[in-house]
Design a protein around this ligand. Structure first.
Ligand code: SF4
Length: 326
């Protein structure tokens, strides 16, 4: 591993100054970054450890539920207010990684984790995300875990997070700060599609850091479900996952929120399917129609074409669970 310097600022101002320097990476839980450094996928000159900053708070504000960037995944998933107001987030967090990893991983770090595409981690293989312009090993390779939506001819990787799928569905906002001040980014716009620049995962500038996420109040707590389909029941990334949240009154869906994981370079929000569900009875037929709409534009590759059938079936199943049909 390349040698690096290490600093641990104790105020937000000194942290922002420190992260602006070239070759710098922020470290919090380190559950992904340390792996990337050990494998030589990334080689920062300097680490800025932000763990001394006061960013662990979970509270309710006029903007809804506030969760600090350094709140641990395990703490958020077990927090009574989160479970009461936003159970979808708790379910998604508990579906992620393993208990040991959730005890180290932070909310901000979860958002910033890199893809788990095996070619990205193998420095002997071409990868436009790791080394722009070298090609994509997955395109003609073993692409079973890869994307079916929003791909480009440069990259077909997926974002690995479960938590982010729930936050995308719940219309969360990301609060970030940097030298130019603080700004708020809608969660669905925080991560990006690969396009011609798959090396960029999200909209965060090099001199910015995440302060918190905020989830607005909603009526979804009673009818939410996170369904993750994976190769084993724990410590496995999603083949397909679905975050489903419904506001149901007298058997009729007032509004719906849906997002998928394991299918795109970013959490994949299903806006058209949500519109199709609004005003419909909460029945399996309505869910099947929405799932068909959700799959428009999907495209499989040699080893992941099974997702074209798995994804709509997972949408229907998640909606059945969310609505109480099963
Ligand atoms: Fe790299 Fe993306 Fe291709 Fe994977 S899919 S090898 S991350 S360019």
């Amino acid at each position: 591993m390349k040698q690096f310097t290490y600093v641990k600022p104790t105020t937000q101002t000194t942290a922002v100054t420190a992260i602006g320097k070239p070759g710098t990476k922020i470290i919090a839980g380190g559950t992904n970054l340390v792996d990337l450094m050990k494998k030589g996928v990334t080689a920062p000159n300097r680490l800025v450890d932000i763990n001394a900053l006061p960013l662990k708070e979970i509270s309710t504000t006029k903007d809804g539920l506030h969760i600090g960037a350094l709140a641990l995944n395990s703490v958020v998933s077990e927090n009574a207010t989160v479970i009461k107001l936003q159970p979808l987030l708790s379910m998604a967090l508990k579906a992620g990684a393993s208990p040991q990893l959730r005890n180290m991983a932070t909310v901000g770090g979860n958002m910033m984790q890199r893809t788990r595409c095996v070619y990205f981690y193998d420095t002997t293989m071409p990868c436009n995300k790791r080394a722009p312009g070298t090609g994509c090993g997955a395109m003609e390779g073993y692409n079973r875990m890869h994307a079916i939506f929003g791909t480009s001819d440069k990259c077909i990787a997926v974002h690995p997070s479960d938590m982010c799928v729930a936050l995308a569905a719940l219309d969360a906002t990301v609060v970030v700060t940097g030298k130019k001040g603080t700004r708020r980014i809608p969660f669905t716009q925080f991560h990006r599609l690969p396009g011609d620049n798959p090396e960029l995962d999200n909209q965060l500038a090099a001199d910015e850091m995440i302060l918190s996420v905020e989830i607005p109040e909603n009526n979804f707590a009673k009818n939410s479900y996170y369904l993750k389909v994976r190769d084993r029941q724990s410590y496995a990334f999603a083949l397909v996952s679905v975050a489903a949240a419904l506001d149901i009154q007298n058997g009729v869906i007032q509004s719906a929120r849906l997002a998928m994981g394991g299918v795109a370079h970013k959490p994949w929000r299903l806006f058209d399917a949500e519109k199709a569900l609004a005003g419909k009875p909460a029945t399996e037929d309505s869910f099947k129609t929405a799932a068909l709409i959700a799959m428009q534009g999907a495209k499989g590759h040699e080893y992941n074409a099974f997702k074209l059938k798995l994804a709509p079936a997972t949408i229907v199943e998640a909606l059945k669970h969310a609505s109480g049909l099963v």
